[in-house]
Design a protein around this ligand. Structure first.
Ligand SMILES: *Cc1c(COP(=O)(O)O)cnc(C)c1O
Length: 465
């Protein structure tokens, strides 16, 4: 498979190159040149496979020929061997046609592990083979940073620098990052907010000279190698519930549109038919876009689901590319509109394409809290606030006779305050998270400015050479 840019003006490149960069040189996002197809019998067979076998089958066309099959399988086995559930992503019934797909059994208790554990193994493989080094820089509001650090810690050829907003993550989220003392990991606590972190990151990644000299690479979901592993659990859950012979719907708590876009990819591969419900919190840009056709960022508000407190949904550009019939020039024009006038409007054809596949729900923190309380009161699984948003949206959009899979994206013990507020009882905190409380932390507080971060990264890179 080769990869092309959503803005249509970059040369096609293989998987290993996509994995170790981030954005395409024209500023677009990489997309597979064509959708590999899964036959109906292949999908039926996936229902009985182990998760690593299913992952190999779904991911191999995306990684070939850059990654040989045995190397891909070794990476998959190593990545998912670290999950605490035998099925990796357990699927349980909630009654009334609803199902819960638990994606939080990895090392950092959020669904980011499903993609980042494998990305870590594949980056390690790619860099060993080429003898190159990479410097991963990332910005996080919480879950991505710890999942990336956990996936890349201790790797000789990879340095990792993660910026988080000083004092604005939860204590558990901060400790998950700052208690990792491996020599290849650095944490920056930036004296600013998450948007400041992300703006600095974009400036650094966009500086061609710096990016080339230090081999900078991204770990957020603009990296296609994070989307591909997420396609797997849609195919697996749909197959278990009777696809392709039956429709299956999914309700997905959404921030950067990465997770729900992977559901679209599974459909494009022919794995299932059904609707994808885009579930947002009060930061509802995607809900507004799907309802009105206008994409217009507004200020970010803080909610009880911080990993979805996003107003610029990077992966939506990938859907624009698909909905426009892969018209890179049109996508580039819409992105220019956004920059110039602060919004863009979907064309009628794009709106129809999206409406045929997606629906959207906006779920308030109060509705999410009621859902957590209601399920806890009836002996159901305890939800975290992100997962609760998916379940509320799933209830609202349930169709008779069609299974609705709600994605559970984080362990409730990762957000104890919000869960306690909803139920009146503190959730059980997994021993591995509780232990962080007494561990030594290491991080560097930096002023809110690109210059300071650039100097820090240069010094770290020099140190490692
Ligand atoms: C990142 C995250 C999300 C949102 O996922 P996107 O791919 O950004 O849409 C939802 N829930 C949790 C717990 C997350 O960490």
């Amino acid at each position: 498979m080769r990869y092309i840019s959503t803005r249509g003006r970059a040369p096609a490149v293989p998987f290993d190159q996509v994995m170790l960069s981030g954005l395409a040189p024209d500023g677009g996002l990489y997309m597979p040149e064509a959708w590999p197809q899964l036959g109906a019998d292949e999908v039926r067979a996936i229902a009985t496979r182990t998760y690593p076998e299913a992952a190999l089958q779904v991911i191999k066309p995306y990684a070939a020929p850059a990654v040989p099959l045995p190397d891909l399988y070794s990476a998959i086995i190593a990545a998912y061997g670290r999950f605490e559930a035998a099925e990796v992503v357990p699927l349980t019934g909630l009654g009334g046609g609803l199902h819960l797909l638990e994606l939080f059994h990895g090392p950092t208790f959020a669904f980011k592990d499903v993609a980042l554990q494998l990305l870590g193994k594949l980056m390690d493989w790619g860099l060993r083979r080429s003898g190159k080094r990479a410097l991963i820089v990332g910005a996080t509001s919480g879950d991505t940073g710890s999942a990336a650090i956990e996936a890349l810690r201790g790797l000789a050829q990879v340095g990792v620098v993660i910026m988080h907003p000083h004092g604005r993550t939860s204590a558990i989220q901060r400790r998950q990052m700052t208690t990792v003392l491996d020599g290849n990991v650095r944490n920056i606590a930036l004296e600013g907010n998450f948007d400041d972190c992300q703006a600095i990151l974009k400036t650094l990644l966009g500086d061609g000279e710096l990016a080339t000299r230090l081999n900078l690479a991204a770990v957020n979901s603009i990296n296609w190698a994070r989307i591909a592993p997420q396609i797997v659990y849609y195919v697996v859950a749909a197959a278990k519930l009777g696809a392709p012979d039956r429709e299956v719907d999914f309700a997905v708590p959404t921030g950067n549109f990465g997770d729900v876009f992977a559901g679209y990819c599974a459909q494009a591969m022919g794995a299932f038919r059904g609707r994808l419900i885009v579930a947002t919190n009060e930061n509802d840009i995607l809900y507004r876009t799907i309802e009105t056709g206008r994409y217009e960022p507004r200020g970010v508000v803080e909610t009880t689901s911080p990993s979805m407190d996003i107003q610029v949904s990077s992966n939506f550009e990938r859907l624009l590319f698909e909905a426009s019939g892969r018209d890179g020039a049109l996508v580039a024009r819409l992105m220019a509109d956004l920059k110039g006038q602060g919004y863009f409007d979907l064309t009628p054809a794009m709106r129809a394409f999206i409406a045929a596949r997606f629906a959207a729900e906006r779920v308030t923190a109060a509705d999410a809290a009621s859902q957590i309380a209601a399920m806890a009161a009836t002996g159901g699984p305890l939800l975290d606030p992100h997962s609760a948003i998916g379940v509320v949206a799933g209830h609202r959009r349930r169709r008779p006779g069609v299974p609705m899979v709600c994605l559970a994206t984080a362990h409730p013990g990762k957000f104890p305050d919000a869960v306690q507020q909803a139920t009146g009882v503190p959730p059980q905190i997994p021993a591995r998270l509780a232990a962080l409380e007494t561990m030594e932390e290491r991080y560097d507080v930096l002023p809110n400015g690109t210059q300071a971060v650039r100097a820090y990264i240069e010094a770290f890179a020099k140190d490692r050479n």
